[in-house]
Design a protein around this ligand. Structure first.
Ligand SMILES: Nc1ncnc2c1ncn2[C@@H]1O[C@H](COP(=O)(O)OP(=O)(O)OP(=O)(O)O)[C@@H](O)[C@H]1O
Ligand SMILES: [Mg+2]
Length: 229
């Protein structure tokens, strides 16, 4: 479904991601793990179109998205949950979710969203800024799901979230994957979370993907060594 090859991303003259390539099939999950500053957000933002990729291809269902604006990528079936969640604190929960529809084909919030996150239904008239960190993360995921994506991309969803809630998020993602036939690409530094939600892991080190394998065939100690400073 997604096939990325030889993707190169720059900030001005600074070459941050080098020849990134990987594949992701329907309803598969892949974790991108690496330390701070290794290029995780840069790569994910280039996939959704928030920053340009200078060279390479991003094939999704056979079409190259590399030079398309973000809204066209969302229409093609991608959705993004940014690092730090970036919900709108002044808007209500419901209004936040509605912003996810803007570029999609749907006019109202799909019913599965509140079925899936009943806590968001209970809080739909509260301001986003008054939710806890974990609830804001669920809201950011719900907003991304409003466009009914085939591929959900999440950038460090566990950042700043307490361990018990991290487990809830992992459970939610695994259920979503099964129920919606959703593919998931998630960047992470928490290895236990990555192993819980992903079939395969890839390691990014100084902008290069240096390992990629099914989690059962990875050398976990080696992966851990890439994550420790
Ligand atoms: N807007 C920018 N302009 C210039 N350099 C940037 C910009 N954003 C990020 N960088 C640099 O690009 C490199 C990769 O950053 P990136 O944010 O992709 O890392 P990351 O793996 O997501 O890190 P973290 O885990 O801290 O979120 C870093 O060296 C960073 O300083
Ligand atoms: Mg980042």
């Amino acid at each position: 479904m997604l096939s990325v090859s030889k993707l190169n991303i720059y900030y001005g003259e600074s070459h941050v991601v080098h020849d990134a390539g990987f594949e992701l099939g329907e309803a598969e999950s892949l974790a991108l793990v690496g330390r701070n500053g290794m290029g995780k957000s840069t790569l994910l933002k280039a996939l959704i179109g928030m920053i340009p990729a200078r060279r390479g291809t991003i094939l999704f269902d056979g079409a190259d998205l590399k030079d398309l604006p973000s809204f066209r990528r969302v229409a093609a079936g991608l959705a993004f949950v940014p690092q730090g969640r970036m919900i709108f604190p002044q808007l209500t929960v419901e209004e936040n979710i509605l912003t996810g529809l803007e570029t999609g084909r749907y006019r109202s919030i799909p019913s599965f969203i509140y079925e899936f996150f009943p806590v968001l239904r209970d809080m739909k008239n509260r301001r986003g800024g008054n939710l806890s960190g974990g609830q804001q993360q669920m809201l950011a995921i719900a907003r991304a799901l409003a466009s009914r994506p085939k591929l959900l991309i999440l950038d460090e969803p566990t950042e700043g979230i307490q361990p018990s809630i991290i487990k809830d998020i992992a459970r939610s993602l695994n259920e979503l994957k099964k129920e919606l036939n959703l593919a998931i690409l998630v960047s992470e530094q928490v290895l236990s979370f990555a192993l819980e939600v992903a079939d395969r892991l890839m390691v990014i080190d100084r902008g290069r993907i240096v390992r990629e394998a099914h989690k059962d065939s990875l050398n976990i100690d080696e992966v851990r060594s890439y994550l420790t400073v």
